[in-house]
Design a protein. Structure first.
Ligand code: NAD
Length: 380
């Protein structure tokens, strides 16, 4: 029988867990036995006893890494998985090439949900990027509302009427649409922009106004994603946005381009033009930079002109119960696809597996990761 092991996440600030008690029953029905590392769900409010009650066995890390055929994680563990084991999670292989080489050399089957072909309808239940981005977009609005010292909704009270907050969302993908819906539910007046013209209809269907800009005709790229803009387009877009941003109280940025640095959309000049008390939340903030000039992950800075700039960190981890539950369902859907009659069937020719399987039987089988390794030279 195949044994699946759920590890305790150890990255700083991570509170999520890859599997939750509610999903253990469904996972076991695929014919696998489930081990959970002691304390794995504690930070997401899932005690060890809840896993035991659901039919899993709670064990120490050493036993888990020894006994599991498939290790489930959110981010790859520091502890090396053993030769021949399978590792399933959000492995971020394009940015962890040393780990990819190591997995390949040791015959580890590395399966990464961030490489899922997301447009396939049968892959949607496995789409962890979307489930986590939905939470990040929701949470970004709550972070902004917490830092904003006025109301989001229009309120009429005996003490007078408050005007609603004017919120601008830049990037209307999964996180951006979730942010639009949340800001609207809080009563803000919401405007949004995306370089993909297709986003206009989605923005409007959520009751927000689409910001019509002229500097980029269409930024749509492959597979429903945005393409990288040319330097001239990027410059023109930033200048055009500079002229609009100052009239908003709250700006939330979510713009990404796969495999690239996030584009800068809110320049230092735009920040200087915003009024005191305004709040900017950059969901794209990372070590590589973000959408807001000068933003840093996990940092809130109040600028000299009274504008608060918040670089979001791992927002899904700040809502760990919901994030873990959605992620566990995504993993369960993937495992139901990979495991038949209790036995994993790795077939890189399968459309879904062609994306998610990164290394298998000593080779790098995911084309995007293999191409990147080739381009960098040196092989495995
Ligand atoms: P993402 O996180 O890569 O990017 C977020 C958004 O930023 C995207 O909408 C992108 O167009 C936008 N963006 C990039 N550069 C920009 C710029 N310079 N200015 C303004 N906006 C910019 O994307 P995502 O949220 O993961 O998804 C992107 C697309 O994939 C969407 O069309 C989404 O609907 C689609 N998608 C489809 C499925 C499916 O078919 N099942 C699943 C998930 C996502």
């Amino acid at each position: 029988m195949t044994t699946v092991g759920v590890v305790r996440e150890r990255a700083p600030g991570e509170r999520r867990v890859a599997m939750v008690p509610d999903v253990i029953g469904r996972l076991r029905s695929t014919g696998v036995e489930v081990l959970v590392e002691a304390g794995a769900g504690t930070a997401a409010w899932f005690p060890d006893e809840a896993y035991e009650k659901a039919g899993a066995q709670v064990v120490a890390a050493s036993e888990l890494y020894q006994a599991a055929d498939i290790v489930l994680c959110v981010s790859p563990p520091e502890q090396p998985v053993r030769d021949g084991q399978a590792l399933v999670g959000l492995l971020d292989p394009l940015r962890r090439l040393d780990a990819v080489r190591d997995w390949a050399r040791r015959g580890v089957t590395a399966v990464s949900l961030d490489q899922l072909p997301r447009t396939l309808s049968r892959a949607q239940a496995m789409d962890a990027l979307s489930s986590q981005a939905t939470i990040a977009g929701y949470r970004a609005v709550l972070v902004a509302a917490g830092a904003y010292s006025r109301y989001f909704p229009m309120l009429t009270t005996a003490a007078g009427t408050s005007t609603p907050a004017k919120v601008l969302i830049l990037g209307a993908g999964v996180a951006g649409l979730s942010a639009i819906g949340t800001a609207r539910r809080l009563g803000a007046v919401v405007t949004a922009y995306d370089v993909r013209p297709q986003a206009k209809g989605e923005v409007e269907s959520l009751g927000a106004k689409f910001l019509e800009l002229t500097s980029v005709e269409s930024g749509a790229g492959d597979g429903g994603y945005a393409r990288a803009l040319t330097g001239a387009e990027q410059q023109a877009l930033q200048e055009e946005l500079d002229r609009h941003i100052e009239r908003f109280d709250v700006v939330i940025t979510t713009a990404q381009v796969p495999g690239r640095r996030p584009p800068v959309l809110v320049s230092a000049g735009a920040l200087a033009g915003m009024g005191p008390g305004s709040v900017v939340v950059d969901l794209a903030a990372s070590e590589l930079g973000g959408n807001v000039e000068g933003s840093e992950p996990e940092q809130a800075v109040v600028r000299d002109n009274g504008v608060t700039v918040i670089g979001a960190g791992n927002l899904p981890a700040s809502m760990a119960t919901a994030a873990s539950t959605a992620y566990a369902r995504n993993l369960n859907a993937l495992l139901a696809h990979l495991v038949r009659d209790g036995v994993p069937h790795i077939d890189p020719a399968d459309e879904i597996q062609a994306g998610v399987v990164i290394t298998h039987q000593g080779s790098v089988v995911n084309p995007a990761v293999a191409n990147l390794l080739d381009a960098l030279g040196g092989g495995l």
